[in-house]
Each structure stands twice: as structure tokens, then as C-alpha cells.
Design a protein around this ligand. Structure first.
Ligand SMILES: [Zn+2]
Ligand SMILES: [Zn+2]
Length: 267
């Protein structure tokens, strides 16, 4: 089973790629299944085009097909929201029948890691602490029936900073990571291993073995794998490495989803 559970197309505000191009690439790679996870960001600082019209998305999705690759209907829901905006997000999520919802934070206090201000006056560990705390604050306010997996816990690594090595290590934010894992694991939720941070590693080893090992210690049994590809060349990017790291850390399964219900595949 080869699948990619995090990809974008021109249906999202930040990708120029026709969704059919993503499907063709997945076919060429011999993937069995992909899930489109277009951006749904409410009250986002980058503008209203990030607030996807879900009816439009559904109609465009209905036109996609492949004889080779199963295509799942997913969404990446931004959860770095003010408390008063969660009911609106929940109503949007309830308005569609999703296969998969990925809950992700893309800002901390409305500042994006792609804005140098995100890192101003902060060490990298502090930036990760703040980011993971933001995920936890958001996810606690979202009805657990409305998401499946928590996206890219090492997202700030992709941002604008001066560090040569921006990988997330467990020791940078142990309390924050533990609190997140202890909250989501008993709910039957999982985290995503997102390989977008692998793109800028150079000669460094991919991150995650330490925090995935902790995830397993705290009872985590499964993950989702996502490339976060906004263009075809990154679909399933370095998934062999990601799977090897997860396996070494003791993760038992990865999941695909059907109508929000996980299907487990042994790692
Ligand atoms: Zn994201
Ligand atoms: Zn994404």
C-alpha cells in the first residue's frame, strides 16, 4: 500500500498545480491512494481566498478520477484560530462528508513561520515550543469527531530563520510534545509525518525518530504520511525514509481513511 495523505492543488490558495497533474504524477509513481487536503483557513491573515468554498471544492473533486489511484476527499483545516471562530470551523467541517481531515496550525499569534518576525528574539527550541502549544490550544477546541490526524508538528522548520539545522528534536519542547500526544492518543487520533521538512535537509538525517519514539511510549500506534506537495515533483517525497524512521521508532501502523474511519496498514 503506497499512499500520500497530504497534497494540494490549485483548489488551494497557494498552489498553481492542476489537480489532474497531481493525479498523473501519483499514477506514474505507482501509488495506490492519494488524499487531497486543500487548505481551509478561516479569518486567515493572508486573505479570504484561503477560506475555501467547500461546495466548489466538492464539485471540482467530483470531476477527478483515475483508473489506477484511489482518490480521497480530504481537507487541511487551520486550527490556529481565536476561540470564537471554532464553531464556524466546525460548521464548515460538518457540512461535507470527508474521508480525512488533517488539523494543522500555520501561525502562532497570527504570525507565520515564513515571516522572519516569527523567530525574532526566539531560539529555535522556543519557536517550536510556542508552535506546538498553539497546536494543542487549537486542537483542544475542535470536536474530536471532526479531525483524524494532526499535521506537521515540525512546521516551523520550513520557515525563515538563520539556523542551518532547523530540525525539531524532542528535547526542544518535551513538555509541549508530551501534552499534545497525551491529549490526542487517547482520542484515537494520530500525528502526521510530513516530509516537506526533508526538502531542505542537505546532508542531515531526516528528523522525527526521537519524537516518534516518545509518541510510541505514550501509546501512539499509528501515523499518517504526507508530502505536503503543492507541485507534482514532491508527491510521496522520501516516503521510504519516513517509513523507515517511523518503523525504527516503533510505530506499528500507518493509516488511510475512509469516511473518517482509519484503515490500518502495518509498517
Ligand atoms: Zn500545512
Ligand atoms: Zn498542507
Amino acid at each position: 500500500m503506497r499512499c500520500d495523505y497530504h497534497l494540494h492543488s490549485s483548489i488551494s490558495a497557494d498552489s498553481p498545480t492542476d489537480p489532474f497533474m497531481q493525479i498523473r504524477r501519483a499514477e506514474a509513481l505507482g501509488l495506490d491512494e492519494i488524499c487531497f487536503t486543500e487548505h481551509l483557513e478561516l479569518h486567515f491573515y493572508r486573505g479570504e481566498d484561503w477560506h475555501l468554498n467547500l461546495q466548489d471544492y466538492k464539485e471540482r473533486f467530483a470531476q477527478l478520477s483515475s483508473g489506477k489511484v484511489k482518490i480521497k476527499f480530504g481537507i487541511e483545516a487551520g486550527i490556529a484560530l481565536k476561540p470564537e471562530h471554532f464553531p464556524e470551523l466546525e460548521n464548515e467541517l460538518r457540512s461535507m462528508s470527508w474521508d480525512f481531515v488533517l488539523a494543522s496550525a500555520h501561525t502562532v499569534d497570527n504570525v507565520d513561520p515564513f515571516d522572519p518576525a516569527f523567530f525574532a528574539g526566539k531560539t529555535l527550541p522556543q519557536a517550536f515550543k510556542d508552535y506546538i502549544s498553539t497546536i494543542l490550544t487549537g486542537i483542544k477546541q475542535l470536536d474530536p469527531d471532526l479531525y483524524c490526524s494532526v499535521g506537521h508538528i515540525d512546521f516551523p522548520a520550513k520557515g525563515v530563520h538563520s539556523e542551518r539545522d532547523s530540525r525539531l528534536f524532542y528535547r526542544y519542547a518535551p513538555d509541549e510534545i508530551d501534552a499534545l500526544f497525551k491529549y490526542i492518543i487517547p482520542l484515537g487520533k494520530c500525528i502526521e509525518v510530513n516530509t516537506a521538512t526533508y526538502r531542505s535537509l542537505g546532508q542531515l538525517d531526516p528528523p522525527g525518530e526521537d519524537w516518534l519514539r516518545r509518541y510510541v511510549e505514550l501509546g501512539g500506534e499509528f501515523v499518517t504520511f504526507g508530502s505536503d506537495a503543492h507541485s507534482p515533483e514532491y508527491i510521496a517525497y522520501r516516503f521510504d525514509d519516513a517509513m523507515e524512521i517511523a518503523r525504527r521508532a516503533g510505530v506499528k501502523y500507518y493509516a488511510t481513511f475512509d469516511q473518517m474511519v482509519p484503515v490500518f496498514h502495518r509498517l
